[in-house]
Design a protein around this ligand. Structure first.
Ligand SMILES: *[C@@H]1O[C@H](CO)[C@@H](O)[C@H](O)[C@H]1NC(C)=O
Ligand SMILES: *[C@@H]1O[C@H](CO)[C@@H](O)[C@H](O)[C@H]1NC(C)=O
Ligand SMILES: *[C@@H]1O[C@H](CO)[C@@H](O)[C@H](O)[C@H]1NC(C)=O
Ligand SMILES: *[C@@H]1O[C@H](CO)[C@@H](O)[C@H](O)[C@H]1NC(C)=O
Ligand SMILES: *[C@@H]1O[C@H](CO)[C@@H](O)[C@H](O)[C@H]1NC(C)=O
Ligand SMILES: *[C@@H]1O[C@H](CO)[C@@H](O)[C@H](O)[C@H]1NC(C)=O
Ligand SMILES: *[C@@H]1O[C@H](CO)[C@@H](O)[C@H](O)[C@H]1NC(C)=O
Ligand SMILES: *[C@@H]1O[C@H](CO)[C@@H](O)[C@H](O)[C@H]1NC(C)=O
Ligand SMILES: *[C@@H]1O[C@H](CO)[C@@H](O)[C@H](O)[C@H]1NC(C)=O
Ligand SMILES: *[C@@H]1O[C@H](CO)[C@@H](O)[C@H](O)[C@H]1NC(C)=O
Length: 825
């Protein structure tokens, strides 16, 4: 998800080397990658999938992840966050803020409201490592932080109060706030005068979806002594008042309010905050259980051990490669474990023994790389995530396409949980998953239109079934959502239906469904207008003919510039996202969406004029900067050369984008990380395979390392991809031949058994493209059959012969209702 298109940045700077970390894989994790330029990553202290995520919050325009390396002001230190998201900033609840002392020793002279108290941080003091973050503010207070699962521990180091202004006691406030300033009415805090404990709760809005949620906290302090404590409202405070229930205020910006503590002496103060979505009591219990002794080092070390274990299934050879590449690789892998968040035991919405995960933010992103990546390295947790998704369907009625803070997030295209479930099913995830319910859930997406398809399921299902596409300006009286994106929704629904068909096929005994959804998965063809041309803003023709176009209910094609919402869109400032005036292709161009037919590349290649034309078009997409590599719809375009028998072109493209567009500087991500979706993409690309999500297919390119081992934690088998003639200069990046477990292997793809059974793929590299993986038998599966015979096609500047209607699948061709192919007007 993107709020805006961002520029590609060349990123080549080196991170400072960590001292003496030996072989520890964690030395290669740099959490600050993506903390500038809209990467929006969470940089702070967390456990894998942890609910407690401590970091500074800033007033940056791009503070979705809390902290940003742009020198903006710190507004507080809070312990719940999301990572890499677009939309409004999420979470950032119940922030602490320290002051070394109030002028004239008057509590009312300390600054309470966010806007008044915020301060710059000292850039050279920023330190981040797994489960640790530290920074010093301009007021001299250093703040270290670390997290348990539902609780975080902050260590405030207060300098001596400034005697020249007669300041005496360090002050720490706790604000009933969130990052997007969305607190509703009746936020509450209670301050215990004798123990110092603060408890409370408040209601906040979802950041990219409907509804609100209540969160609870429980804060305790360890210090040299508490002088006094109390509450504050706006800019005034009193130690005489210990309880506050505060209105949201009347001016949009919530009225500041919370608690404060003054300590008897400077130096170290430990503040522990427990969090819960159930109750204050539960927040206190978690804090007491998880961080019983306020032991910072132990809490940090426990997290470090968890992180090391999470990263341990992957081991890349360091031979000859720069540290930067290892940092790029492992930092990407690290980010895949930050979200989703395991809120099991913290779900107030329904009673269930199933796991509950939140911050699927969003599946529209995560299905493409992050969740399939986790299926390789942490399958038992993906099993729990899938159980959680199915349980959400049971109680909410629908699978989410996005979910955060107990609320329904916005659907951006299709019902992509269908892909997630199918991917897991085809890869043999089992433990505890009720796949019957899972299947019911994805069929419901395909069959029943929800009243509010803003946030679940699909819209336009009557048209989908009757016409075989989502019409622009659809007549839909059954459900409501943003009536845009008709092209990208058609493409995503097609693929979603294919996944249902594959699930049904693999499950057996559901032949009718196999056929029905396979037929519908061909609907993408109905938006192809074979005479459509594409011009640049200066009027010159791109030379390609045949693009998807919006199509009305009556079958007539409308028009959308195929370059609209590309990086070279001739119109500046066009709405490309979920705005009501947005285009028919979500967050990307028709040019790029042309290729989004993950299940039937063979038919697409024929549709676009055969493999040579297809490759020429795909290269043009990249060479002319039409594609935007920082957003998810671009992911497959880097690898789709494989389907045209040109795996070498995919290898060339991967090295074109990494590290050029995915580097290790703070601005090293070309777009929102989207919960680790970009991180997983980089990890896949660098380790030498890219998943085709929803299929039992991984496309092969040479790893960026001499070899990579991937151990499946369930089977404990280690798969190895090894390069012979490995060239760290990456001139020899073309596979000459390959062996799989010692036998010659010419297919340019692998299936999941490679990982679960721990096979060995050995690639011999050379400097030129070879014939390896190029013949029709070597190509990845496709619904239609590959037809690579040369075609007698007349090509001119504006022409292109009409696409011949044919039975593309050689089986079960669509029945009544599907329109003629490409009969464009
Ligand atoms: C902070 O330091 C980092 C790393 O040296 C640098 O990339 C970033 O631009 C600096 N930020 C500011 C605001 O100076
Ligand atoms: C930090 O806050 C100050 C005071 O409100 C403001 O003038 C300044 O623009 C802020 N800095 C940034 C980078 O936002
Ligand atoms: C939070 O939601 C309420 C109710 O929908 C709305 O009135 C309010 O404007 C929202 N606040 C923010 C900051 O979005
Ligand atoms: C806030 O509390 C008041 C007084 O108890 C109550 O009338 C009101 O409904 C509450 N508002 C919300 C949003 O809970
Ligand atoms: C991969 O595993 C093999 C077999 O255990 C081992 O010899 C090799 O050193 C490992 N390679 C890496 C990069 O860890
Ligand atoms: C028009 O713009 C395209 C893309 O930038 C460029 O390749 C082409 O040369 C331009 N044509 C003219 C006539 O300027
Ligand atoms: C189909 O509908 C569109 C949009 O309402 C209209 O512009 C077009 O003329 C119609 N075509 C026919 C053949 O009626
Ligand atoms: C594409 O973008 C890159 C990086 O901004 C630039 O160097 C290159 O010239 C652009 N290519 C075209 C054809 O515009
Ligand atoms: C996994 O395999 C390795 C090497 O084959 C062995 O040392 C280790 O004990 C095994 N672990 C488990 C959990 O079976
Ligand atoms: C792979 O290619 C290399 C170099 O062309 C050659 O030496 C080797 O014998 C080939 N291996 C196989 C298994 O074909």
């Amino acid at each position: 998800m993107k709020t805006a298109f961002q520029l590609l940045l060349v990123a080549l700077t080196v991170v400072p080397t960590s001292a003496q970390l030996g072989d520890d894989i964690l030395q290669y994790v740099n959490q600050l990658i993506g903390s500038l330029n809209g990467g929006n990553v969470f940089v702070g202290a967390t456990r894998p999938y942890g609910m407690a995520k401590a970091c500074p919050d800033t007033d940056s325009q791009l503070n979705q992840g809390g902290f940003v390396s742009d020198g903006s002001n710190v507004t507080g230190f809070s312990a719940m966050h999301d990572s890499g998201t677009g939309g409004s900033p999420s979470l950032g609840l119940f922030a602490f803020f320290p002051e070394p002392g109030c002028p004239q020793d008057d509590i009312n002279n300390c600054k309470f409201p966010k806007k008044a108290r915020k301060l710059k941080y000292r850039n050279d003091t920023v330190k981040a490592s797994p489960n640790f973050f530290s920074v010093q503010l301009e007021n001299g207070v250093t703040v270290d932080m670390t997290s348990a699962v539902h609780a975080s521990l902050f260590r405030f180091k207060f300098p001596q109060p400034d005697a020249s202004i007669n300041a005496r006691s360090p002050m720490l406030l706790l604000d009933l706030t969130d990052l997007q300033d969305s607190r509703g009415d009746n936020g509450t805090i209670r301050v215990d005068g004798s123990t110092g404990r603060m408890t409370g709760n408040a209601r906040f809005n979802a950041s990219f979806g409907q509804g609100s949620y209540v969160a609870y906290f429980c804060a305790d302090y360890r210090s040299g002594g508490i002088r006094d404590n109390g509450i504050f409202v706006n800019s005034r405070a009193s130690a005489d008042v210990k309880e506050l229930t505060i209105s949201k205020g009347i001016n949009g910006y919530p009225l500041p309010g919370g608690g404060f503590t003054r300590f008897t002496q400077s130096g170290e103060v430990l503040a522990r905050i427990g969090l819960s979505l159930i109750s204050e009591n539960q927040a206190c219990q978690s804090a007491e259980r998880e961080i019983p002794d306020f032991d910072f080092q132990t809490t940090q070390n426990q997290g470090v051990d968890e992180w090391r274990a999470k990263l341990s299934p992957i081991s890349a050879s360091t031979n000859g490669v720069s540290r930067d590449l290892l940092v790029n690789f492992y930092s990407g892998i690290y980010r895949t474990f930050v979200n989703p968040q395991d809120y099991t035991g913290e779900n107030p919405l329904w009673q269930s023994d199933e796991p509950y995960f939140d911050s699927f933010y969003c599946l529209w992103d995560q299905f493409r790389s992050q969740l399939p990546f986790l299926t390789l390295v942490d399958p038992s947790q993906v099993e729990r995530m899938i159980r959680s998704l199915i349980d959400t369907y049971r109680y909410v009625g629908w699978l989410p396409d996005c979910r955060m803070t107990l609320t329904k997030g916005y659907t951006q295209g299709g019902s992509n949980a269908d892909v997630v479930l199918t991917d897991g099913y085809l890869k043999g995830l089992t433990s505890g998953i009720n796949w019957d319910d899972g299947y019911k859930a994805i069929v419901k997406d395909a069959e029943e239109e929800p009243y509010d398809w803003c946030c679940q399921g699909r819209g336009g299902l009557d048209s989908w079934k009757r016409l075989g596409y989502i019409p622009v300006e659809d007549f839909d009286f059954k459900g409501f959502g943003t009536f845009t994106r008709s092209i990208s929704r058609t493409l995503e629904y097609s693929y979603n239906d294919f996944c249902i068909s594959e699930f049904a096929r693999a499950a057996g005994g559901r032949d009718i469904d196999v056929t029905k959804y396979r037929d519908r998965s061909g609907n993408w063809r109905n938006l192809f207008k074979n005479t459509q041309t594409s011009n640049f803003g200066n009027g010159s023709n791109t030379g390609f003919t045949g693009f998807y176009q919006p199509r009305y209910l009556n079958g007539t094609f409308g028009f959308q510039d195929p370059l609209a919402c590309s990086l070279v869109d001739p119109v500046q400032g066009r709405s490309c996202s979920l705005q009501v005036n947005s285009v028919e292709s979500y967050e990307s161009s028709i040019w790029e969406y042309m290729f989004y037919v993950p299940h039937d590349q063979a038919t697409l290649i024929s549709t676009l004029g055969g493999p040579t034309e297809y490759v020429r078009r795909l290269n043009y997409l990249h060479d002319q900067n039409i594609t935007y590599i920082g957003n998810e719809p671009s992911f497959l375009t880097v690898y789709q050369f494989h389907y045209a028998g040109r795996p070498a072109e995919s290898a060339r493209r991967v090295h074109y984008y990494i590290p050029r567009s995915f580097g290790i500087t703070y601005d090293g991500l070309p777009g929102n990380d989207d919960s680790g979706t970009l991180g997983a993409y980089v990890a896949f690309c660098m380790m030498g395979t890219l998943v085709m999500p929803g299929q039992n297919v991984y496309l092969i390119t040479p790893p960026f390392f001499e070899s990579v081992n991937i151990t499946n934690p369930t089977t404990n088998r280690t798969a190895t991809i090894r390069n012979i003639n490995f060239d760290p200069k990456y001139e020899a990046i073309y596979i000459q031949n390959a062996t799989l477990d010692g036998q010659p292997y010419t297919k340019n793809w692998l299936d999941h058994s490679f990982f679960t059974e721990g096979k060995e793929l050995v690639l011999t590299l050379g400097k030129t493209e070879s014939t390896w993986g190029t013949s029709v038998d070597d190509l990845p599966p496709s619904l239609g059959s590959y037809d690579f015979r040369p075609k007698a096609r007349k090509r001119g500047g504006s022409g292109g012969s009409p696409l011949q209607p044919r039975a593309p699948y050689g089986m079960d061709i669509g029945k009544g209702g599907v329109m003629d192919l490409g009969s464009g007007n």
